[in-house]
Design a protein around this ligand. Sequence first.
Ligand code: DAH
Length: 335
Amino acid sequence: MKDQIDKIINEAEQFAITTIDQLESYKIRFLVKKGLVNQLFIDFKDLASEEKKILGKELNVLKSRVEELYNNAEVELRSAQSVNKKINPLPGYYSELGSRHPISAIIDEMTSIFERLGFSISTGPEIEDDWHNFSALNFPYNHPARDMQDTFFVDDEIALRTHTSSVQVRLMEEGNLPIRSIMPGRVYRNEAISARSNCFFHQVEGLYIDKGVSFSDLKQTLYNFVQEFFGTNTRVRFRASYFPFTEPSAEMDIYLGLDTESDYRLTKGTGWLEILGCGMVDPNVLENCKIDTSLYSGFAFGLGVDRMAMLKFGVKDLRTFFNGDKRFLEQFSSL
Ligand code: DAH
């Protein structure tokens, strides 16, 4: 029996207890009623009393050693478990933070430049009537822009606005002169959708009405904007143009050059990219809005936002701004 006692002590000491399951197996092997230790106590009863004297002590040592090993392992495991609980709390809920859309970021950048030049910000409705979108802006009744191909009509009188110039009319009609305001917003046109054009896009409209406003005020304002937005070395040019609501009218181009193939496509091989239309507000428009043309004059301009965003971020396909692909949008999350 002495051999058996030594063997069991040895086995108990070697027994690896690193999990609750192993602790349970240890208990089953050594400590339950049918376990090894109890079996020795049963055998012990049959020993001669001489042997009992010697081995009784040893058996008790065995029992307390096996129990001690069990208790120590149990304490260790339970405390490890509670530590684990502390550093492994229940999984938290991960919620993704949104960020500014790149088009909104560009609009913010543009508007903040004009705000520094003293312009306020105004907005108007995207569903607009014929008067504000066309008639008040001096569009002849049969002007092609009113055509079904360009305009999304709701009915004969109502359409989705085709430009932010409609907000100019609303501002002028309010009659709080002078006006120095910019009007960012979304506009709609019934155009074929491609990498470079969409059926909706964004504009930032500008309007300045006061006594004695001249074309040179317009030019200086736009020079200022371009230098702030594109950098101080940006070359610009004005080209004579035509809009029903301005006289004279112009378009402004910035020089991109022809360094890359995409410059070539963007500027159709000229190096120049058109970024806005502008002009002196046509007296007919001022009169439509009940502004005294003997006292007041003004300039207006309309900037295209989406192209600028493409230019600034090097985006080749306009549609990627709006198809809701998070992988694309996440690239702008620091804006
Ligand atoms: N409304 C014009 C367009 O959508 C842009 C524009 C041109 C706005 C000249 C203006 C302007 O205010 O003076 O193409």
